[in-house]
Design a protein around this ligand. Structure first.
Ligand code: APR
Ligand code: PHB
Length: 392
């Protein structure tokens, strides 16, 4: 079969792109390895920057988000037993973020994909990309025992860190940059009211902790853990005890305990692949870059890549101008690297590294104290957290 754009992966990047292209009147086919339930059910972060909210509005999918999303005009930072607030709205001229889980975003994208008749093929095995450096790229895969082939003009690699798209770029044409952090995040979901109205990022002598939420009745908490830890090592009781300690006396006292219904350990990584284009293949989202979750940039970066890619593809497909696709990689990477820098800095500031000695901890505490007392330092944090503007 033939289409304009073959999109590999039906995660947030792939589905957002399919919707945006549809709005431009451009046909696409999405090819996904797993089932829809598998993709939509993964528990991920839940903080949306204004650019991401605006994107959802642009594709007509912000109705439930406006009703159910929680607008946060600030966040809390805690160091041992001291907590202070970063007032985004005051520091950035009114910006805020919206707390709305990625699984909710996925539910909205999927429901609208059905009603708009988007072509999304789940359960595709052995996905392979061909002739990417020609004018006629192709995608092959097997589904329900049959081999299928899609001929297209462009391929969008939205298939995440482990996908086939980045791996299809010859190694001489790709440079990768990577940092693996020597700890993980143990995350817990529980149907209990959150400990505070806004998030709390806690840097404690025993390690990092984060108090987040999905709604006023569902809390999402994380604590830094060892990569050697197994889930069986962390009973709910042990998790709540450790979280409470790390959030400090005031916030810790407000934690409401309850049975967890999801518990997982995730590693932390910074990763960028350059360039984000090879011939007619364009990478977007986790396929091109990974950030550690401190700062919640993963989904937001995928959204901004997709805006830039959709605009570039529309320009070349509808108007025959190639400057957008030619500049896509450089334009996307300029924003990606700033989010990489922020996520790395925020991770370093708040986590306990195995080699952290007395001096490192004192330096962290001094930087946190500086941020607490300096409007200039708070402004730097706030404008990065709410999201840097999309540059032309
Ligand atoms: N063929 C087809 N699909 C594939 C293949 C493949 N070979 N490999 C992976 N996929 C699919 C995955 O099953 C997944 O559904 O690609 C999708 C990639 O989705 P994500 O990993 O979520 O990546 P992305 O859409 O870029 O999302 C970026 O959302 O999920 C979070 O942590 C992620 O915050 C980040 C943001
Ligand atoms: C989350 O709610 O899952 C979350 C929030 C903020 C982060 C990371 C994760 O920085």
């Amino acid at each position: 079969m033939r289409t304009r754009v073959a999109i590999i992966g039906a995660g947030p990047a792939g589905l957002l792109l399919a919707h945006l292209l549809h709005q431009f009147g451009i046909e696409s086919v999405v090819v996904e390895q797993h089932t829809r339930d598998h993709v939509a059910g993964r528990v991920r972060a839940g903080v949306l920057e204004t650019v991401t909210v605006d994107l959802l509005a642009r594709i007509g999918l912000d109705e439930r988000l406006r009703k159910e999303g929680l607008v946060h005009t600030g966040t809390n930072i805690s160091c041992d037993d001291e907590t202070f607030r970063i007032d985004f709205a005051d520091l950035t001229g009114g910006a805020s973020v919206v707390v709305y889980g990625q699984s909710e975003v996925m539910a909205d994208l999927n429901a609208a994909a059905d009603s708009r008749g988007l072509d999304i093929r789940y359960g595709c095995d052995d996905v392979a990309l061909h002739e990417l450096d020609s004018d006629h790229p192709k995608v092959t895969f097997t589904r329900l025992g049959e081999t299928e082939r899609i001929d297209c003009d462009f391929v969008a690699g939205c298939d995440g860190y482990h996908g086939v798209s980045r791996a299809s770029i010859p190694s001489h044409a790709l440079q990768t940059f990577e940092k693996v952090y020597p700890f993980g995040w143990l995350g817990v979901l529980a149907d209990v009211p959150p400990a505070a109205d806004e998030l709390i990022y806690a840097s404690h002598d025993r390690g990092f902790a984060l108090a987040s939420m999905r709604s006023l009745t569902r809390s999402r908490y994380y604590i830094q853990c060892s990569l050697a830890d197994r889930l069986e090592d962390w009973s709910d009781a042990r998790f709540w005890d450790e979280l409470t300690l790390r959030l400090g006396v005031h916030a810790g006292a407000r934690v409401i305990r309850g049975p967890s219904f999801e518990k997982s350990i995730a590693p932390l990584r910074s990763f960028v692949a350059e360039p984000m284009r090879w011939g007619r293949l364009f990478l977007a989202g986790d396929a091109a870059h990974i950030v550690p979750p401190t700062g919640a940039k993963g989904l937001n970066l995928a959204a901004t890549d997709v805006i830039m890619l959709a605009e570039a593809l529309a320009e070349v497909i509808l108007e025959g101008r190639t400057s957008g696709v030619d500049h896509y990689s450089a334009r996307a990477l300029a924003r990606v690297w700033k989010a990489e820098r922020f996520s790395w800095w925020f991770t370093k500031l708040t986590h306990r590294f195995p080699e952290t000695s007395g001096i490192d901890r004192r330096l962290q505490a001094a930087e946190l104290d500086y941020i607490r007392s300096s409007r200039a330092a708070q402004t730097v944090l706030a404008e990065n957290y709410v999201g840097l503007p999309l540059t032309p």
